[in-house]
Every structure is written in C-alpha cells, then in structure tokens.
Ligand binder design. Structure first.
Ligand SMILES: [Zn+2]
Ligand SMILES: [Zn+2]
Length: 650
C-alpha cells in the first residue's frame, strides 16, 4: 500500500478483496470491479464458478450485493465459434431471433421468441453456454407483437455499451463508499401532495439526497409552453427550484411507474445537468420511452415548445438502472431499495427503502391497486419494516366506492350490445398504458366465455395502445400468472382474433357497419380517439363510453358532464363548434387505482403495521379524509402534507 492512498480506497479495496477470498482457486480470479450497485468479477476459468449452483449465490449473500461473473476477455471464444455452439445447445423451437456479443462486458445477448427454451430446465442450457463459450449469456424475449420501442431501447443500449460501462463504474464507486452514519432523515413534498399530478418527493439524510418520482401535471394544457399555455403553468411541474438543492447534488432518482405524472419531468433534470442514475423496473423503462417520445411529438404537433428534446429522453434512458421486484439494491452507501408489485400498471411498484443499518424504513406506494384486475395481482402487503408509509389517495374520499368488477363488466357489455343492435358504433377512448390492456382482456374473455353472444362486429384497435400492448407481451412475468401462462403458450389474449388493427383511413372504419373501437387518447384531448370522435360525434346511434379518469379541463370531462356542443379542430386546424349527437356513457369499476375500501383494506392488511402514514396523490379533501380515517381506525399518526411541507422522520 502506498502512502497516498486515502482511507476510502483502503475500504473500497476491502470489499473487492473480500470477494477474492470466496472465489475458488481453480476459477483463477483476475479482478473485481464495481458495476452500478453490483460487483462484477472477472475470472480466467468461469466454468469453475458454474460447477456448483451455490457458489455464486453464497458469495452474493456474504457480500450482500449482486455478484456478476464474467470471463476475462482473453478466454472468450470468437463470436463465430460461440454462435455455432449456442445454436447447437438451444433447441430450434426456441426460435432465436438475434445473437449479439458485447465484448466490453463479456456478455452475449440471445433474443428469442421462447426464452424459456433458451434457458433450459433449471438453467441447464445457460450453464452449458457459459462453460463451452465462456461468454455470460443474457436472455431477451422477442415480444410476440412487434414493438418499435423495445427494439429502439435495446439497440440504444447496445450502441452505448462504452458509455454504460463508464457510467456504471462511476456510480458503483459512489455507492460503495464506506457507509457514513446519518443522524437524521427528512422528506420534502415537491409535487402531488393534496393534488393529482407532478408527483415528486425529496428524501434526504445527512449524507444522501434522493428524488422519488418526478412527474408533470396530467393537464396537457399545463405542460410545455405553447401559445395558449395558461397562467396555471406553475402548477405543472414539481417545486424543484425552491429547495436549494443543485440538480447535480441529487444522488439518485427512483421511479415508481411509467405514467407521465410520475416521470414526465425527469428528462428535464438531465437537460439541466443531472448525470446520476434513474432506478426503475425494466417494463417501466420501456413505458417511459413510449410516453416521453410521444409527449414531445404531441407538443410539437400543437405548435408548442416541449420542455425537453428527444436527446434528453435518450440521456435519461442511458442512465437507467433496472431492477426486478424483490431485488435489494443499494442506491447510496446507506439506502437500500426494493421494488414490490403495486398492481397498478405494467411494472408499477411500491418502494421499500431501508436507511442505515435498521435506522429507518419507508414504504411509498406510488399508484397502486389493492383489488381485482385481469392484468395484475393486487399490491403487495408484506414488508420487512415500515416506519413511515406514503400512500396514494386518488379515490380516498368517503364516497369513492366503485362498483365491483363483475357489475362493471356487465354494465360495459350491456352498453355495447345496446349500441351494436341499434347499428351504431362504440368508441372507447383509453389511456394507452393500463386501461387499454385491461379493457382488451375484458372484451376477449367475455367473448370467449359467452359463445352465444354473437357480437359479430369487429373490435378495432387504434393508436399508441398497440405499442403499449406489445410491451406487455415482452414482460409476461410481470403479469398475473394465468395471463403469463397464456402468453407463454402462444395464446396471448392481446392477439386474439376478435381484435383488428386499424389500418388505412379512419374514415373507412367509420363508413363501415357497427363496430367497437378502442382508441388511445384517454381524456379525448388528442390521439386516435379524438379523430374518431370528430367523425362520430354527429351520429345519434353511436356511443362514447368512458372507463377512466377525465381531468377537470379535458374534453372528456365536458362530454361526461353532458355538453351538447364542443369546439373541435377541423382538418385545417380551425376550431369549429360541433353539436354532439352521439350518446355518452361512463362505466366505473375498471380503475387501476384502489377505491376507498381497498385503500383502507390495504392499510389493515399491511404487515407489519406502519408507525406513521402520509397521504398523497389525491385532491385535498380526499387526502385529508383518508388520513383522518386511517388515524381514527388504526390509532396511528396519519397526516396529509401539502406541497413544500418538510417532515423530519428521524
Ligand atoms: Zn399511475
Ligand atoms: Zn399517478
């Protein structure tokens, strides 16, 4: 050891040295390096580590970190030779789509339609691939439905391997500093408290600063500056400028899920100097890509200036570190993050944050559903410890009781039947991510279980919901087990023959006979749904069915409240008053949020009980009522903070 090495380096080496002691001698240890929150070990003889499945697991457990094992580059077979061997090992039924080698990480990515067959029983094929080629195999699923977003994100990651390696190493060095003991824990509400939208919270300790979510308001008129941007613009974004924390001092951003009100502001952070990691689940990363690129296009189409450009979104994606449910990860030296299922949308999560060695534990629900849906299991209720619970309150009011799912489905199908028998068309405007897929499953299973119900009309799918559905089929393990099985056995309900993808002119569909049209554009503020609405609004036989949330200034809300005339842009963009002859119906019960009863049940079923509760993500009265009711019923301290409130938790 030389004299100029400081204490940090000694400690750092300690961790990496410790791993060396666990590596069997015949594995021929070469080096260990930090890679984001994980540690990568390079060896001369990788086979020795795969000889017994327990070796890698035991080392991971001992060092309390994920261990990645790699061959030294001198030991790797040539890509040509390795490809040949992989093709011999993997059965042809796996249908390999692509094999890519990443020498920087000694990894080979095998993309296939049936990843299970690539992996083999108990991982047997993977083991053979490592042993025979020395490359570490990584498996990717080719979604059965084509997804440009997934292709794009994967290509970008391959293109930028060099950057990723440097980025992960520098993050790793930071995270693996010796643990500094914090004296206090504090949170500041920066958005989404006593309101829905622009969710953002700053978690600070003596040594760490972390942002949890960073979204924009759901009102499109509030986002991006445009000619008609309202004076409410300052309600659109989190209060980041008020906290005196320079953007580059934030250690990490953690996303709960891929909705704009939780992540729509993150590219802006990158535009203004943030260079740190963004943590999310793999599907959340892809949904972020889908919605953020779409947001930029939408603002530009309306002659506005988006908050950020595509390159800022790409920068954000390059800085993401994905984690699956249940993986414990250090996001700073003293804070550990674990994602749990939230049941709200694909990849949505409840965060469990463990600070210090047992010093403080926070559970943050993001948006969550503690009830039945066809897509997901209800939100997780088991956590190691909960000192403070931050929970959403979208439907936290005393009267926010939604009908049960069976009744909702019945109401939906009866409403559709009525319109079809009147020779009309049913238009269902949907948020691309979440409700669209739930509704597709409702229609599909109703048809499958009611063979006597001959609807005999096409169900058209149009807009971004197609791409969002494709992303769902790429991550079956994030869906309910029954749905996962269907997708894995090539019976994906998303590709059922009842659905027709809208191609060509929309007017052609409108001119044809009765039909059901599922179109993106949840609140009718834009998207495919608005285009259909323009064509169908004057048809008294047709019907608009709302199944989701309409914000107060949206076109959807105006129609829901019975407006008989609305102003619509014509083909040249000129605004014209249009009479609404079409019927309008709202069916409740399909929400991806918990209703009041489910919120109370969630708290009641939590193990262990939280010591403190903070409500968020709901209108003021709902946040307050929910906090009061939880306080009274469970005899715990419960509060509804407002934006800019700070609380010292410890
Ligand atoms: Zn959400
Ligand atoms: Zn939300």
């Amino acid at each position: 050891m030389t004299e100029n090495q400081n204490d940090n380096e000694v400690k750092e080496n300690d961790i990496l040295e410790r791993i060396k002691e666990y590596i069997p001698a015949d594995a021929d240890f070469i080096k260990a390096v930090y890679e984001g929150p994980d540690i990568a070990v390079y060896v001369g003889n990788i086979s020795a580590l795969y000889a017994d499945d327990r070796i890698i697991k035991n080392i991971s457990a001992a060092i309390k970190k994920k261990l990645i094992v790699r061959s030294d580059s001198s030991k790797l077979l040539t890509p040509e030779k390795a490809t040949e061997i992989i093709r011999q090992i993997v059965p042809p039924e796996a249908t390999i789509n692509d094999i890519k080698f990443v020498p920087e990480f000694s990894e080979v990515y095998i993309e296939a339609f049936k990843p299970g067959l690539v992996i083999g029983k108990g991982g047997s094929n993977l083991k053979r691939i490592v042993m025979e080629t020395k490359w570490a195999p990584k498996i990717l699923r080719t979604p059965p439905m084509n997804s440009d977003v997934i292709k794009g994100v994967r290509q970008m990651m391959f293109r930028e391997t060099d950057f990723r390696k440097k980025f992960l190493t520098s993050i790793g060095k930071k995270i693996n500093q010796p643990i500094m003991k914090s004296e206090w824990v504090k949170v500041t509400s920066l958005g989404g408290f006593k309101e829905v939208g622009r969710s953002c919270m700053l978690l600070e300790t003596t040594h760490s600063k972390i942002l949890i979510d960073c979204g924009v308001s759901p009102e499109p008129s509030l986002r991006g500056s445009s000619a008609n941007a309202s004076k409410d613009e300052n309600r659109a974004f989190p209060y980041l400028d008020s906290i005196n924390v320079p953007i580059n001092e934030i250690d990490a951003v953690i996303i709960t899920h891929g909705h704009m009100d939780h992540m729509g502001f993150i590219p802006y952070l990158f535009r203004y100097g943030y260079e740190g990691p963004v943590y999310c689940t793999p599907p959340t990363r892809d949904l972020c890509a889908l919605l953020l690129f779409d947001y930029i296009k939408l603002v530009q189409k309306n002659a506005g200036t988006p908050l950020y450009e595509e390159k800022d979104v790409r920068k954000m994606l390059m800085h993401t570190i994905t984690r699956d449910y249940g993986e414990v990860t250090n996001v700073t030296d003293e804070i550990k993050l674990t994602y749990h299922n939230a049941g709200h949308i694909l990849g949505s999560s409840i965060l469990h944050l463990h600070i210090g060695e047992g010093m403080y534990n926070i559970v943050h629900t993001g948006d969550m559903k503690y009830g039945f849906t066809k897509l997901f299991d209800p939100a997780d209720t088991r956590y190691p410890r909960i000192d403070a619970l931050f929970m959403e309150s979208t439907y936290g009011g005393p009267n926010d009781i939604t009908p049960n799912r069976q009744d909702a489905e019945m109401a939906m199908m009866n409403s559709i039947k009525e319109t079809i028998s009147n020779k009309g068309k049913v238009l269902i405007p949907l948020f691309a991510v979440g409700r669209s897929q739930e509704l597709m499953l409702v229609l599909e299973s109703y048809m499958a279980n009611h063979p006597n119900f001959k609807m005999d009309v096409p169900v058209y799918l149009d807009g971004m919901l197609l791409e969002a559905s494709a992303i769902h089929t790429a991550y079956p393990e994030y869906l309910k087990a029954s749905l996962e099985r269907m997708i894995l056995s090539n019976r994906s309900p998303f590709e059922s023959e009842i659905f027709e993808i809208a191609k060509g002119e929309r007017s052609e569909i409108v001119d044809k006979g009765p039909a059901v049209i599922l179109a993106s554009g949840g609140m009718l503020n834009g998207g495919a749904a608005l285009e259909y609405f323009k064509e169908l609004s004057s048809d008294p036989r047709s019907k608009l069915i709302f199944v989701g949330y309409n914000s107060s200034s949206s076109m959807g809300r105006r129609l829901q409240s019975g407006a008989s005339e609305v102003v619509l842009p014509d083909a040249d963009g000129k605004l014209v008053a249009t009479k609404v002859e079409m019927k309008v119906h709202t069916v409740e019960g399909f929400s991806g949020h918990s209703d009041r009863r489910q919120l109370m049940n969630f708290v009641s079923d939590l193990r262990p009980y939280p010591k403190k509760v903070f409500t968020m993500h709901g209108e003021e009265s709902k946040c307050e009522d929910l906090a009061r009711s939880i306080g009274n019923k469970f005899r715990i301290e419960a509060r509804a903070p407002m934006n800019l409130d700070s609380s010292r938790l410890k």
